[in-house]
Design a protein around this ligand. Sequence first.
Ligand code: PLP
Length: 376
Amino acid sequence: MKKIQMVDLKGQYEKIKAEVDHGIQQVIDSTQFINGQAVKDFQADLEAYLGVKHVIPCANGTDALQVAMMALGLKPGDEVITSDFTFVATVEVIALLGLTPVLVDVDPETFNIDPAAIERAITPKTKAIVPVHLFGQAADMDAIMAIANRHNLFVIEDNCQAIGSTFTSAEGWSKKAGTIGHVGCTSFFPSKNLGCYGDGGAIFTNDDQLAHQLRGVVNHGMFVRYYHDYVGVNSRLDSIQAAVLKAKLPHLDAYCAARLAAADFYDKAFANHPKLRTPARFAKSSHVFHQYTLVSQDVDRAALIEFLGSHGIPAMIYYPVPLHLQKAYLDPRYKEGDFPVTEALSNTVFSLPMHTELDEEQLGFISSKVLEFLNR
Ligand SMILES: *Cc1c(COP(=O)(O)O)cnc(C)c1O
């Protein structure tokens, strides 16, 4: 059996080596390392794939979120509502810009931001909502856009974990996750569903005016060389990373399908187990399984993870500490017990290996070891 890893980037690379190597070599031959043709080509390919008018490439997913908030003109004191159960980047950029993060709890089934909790958190200072499409499926964008429209708020989708996922509205339309709100953000970190071989990110919008602002912010607030209209940042996707992404994008749907097949295998193996809850599938969103995350019940989670490790099976906890209990984000507005769903999830979830290269032998071994521990 092949060695089991949380992600298998080498195995994935070997299948597309010729395309990737050719793209990288072209960049080297051109010496257009910054803003080269590969960046322009990938941008156009991603716009077509997502069905969105503008893709603005940038240096990473965290920058994408920061640039989006800057381009929307959010100012210190403005409140931004986001999920308590997520990777730290979302709340980090809110804090860095001097905005006020307002945390809300999540839905216990989908792990995504709870629209009713958003509504309760709105004040006259609220300016934006940042739904995080966690683990590979979109939050309830129907409810979130309705709230945003009612209260005149911006919606910034953190789509770092759900690129390729499709959201189907109760009204009948379907759109790619990340293209529904005013602006969407993604990361091309190597282990993401569409990952490059270093850091990378992108911002999406259908709004021409906002796209113009975003292009300025990522480029030092500059449209005419050495004339700076506002304070920006330097955040670029480099050409070599764009070449890798250009080679990988045509495979993204197949990658999502491979992840889904692995998830189906796990679902079947753990169906109706009294100590496990398999990940809920939200009816309005296709699931691209960035992570396969189970909720355990009456399980010594640390002992389970150690047992799996002793059999060569890595397992991870995404995320062990809710944002409101993280040292850097402690705030007198929040205390332990304020976000019961997130707190319970942080204590009970664990994620199994999930990537595009898992085979049935590996999946069978992983699930049998999980069951062996739970049933002993
Ligand atoms: C990965 C990730 C980010 C940050 O992306 P980087 O490219 O690592 O900066 C932000 N939000 C979420 C939900 C993520 O998973």
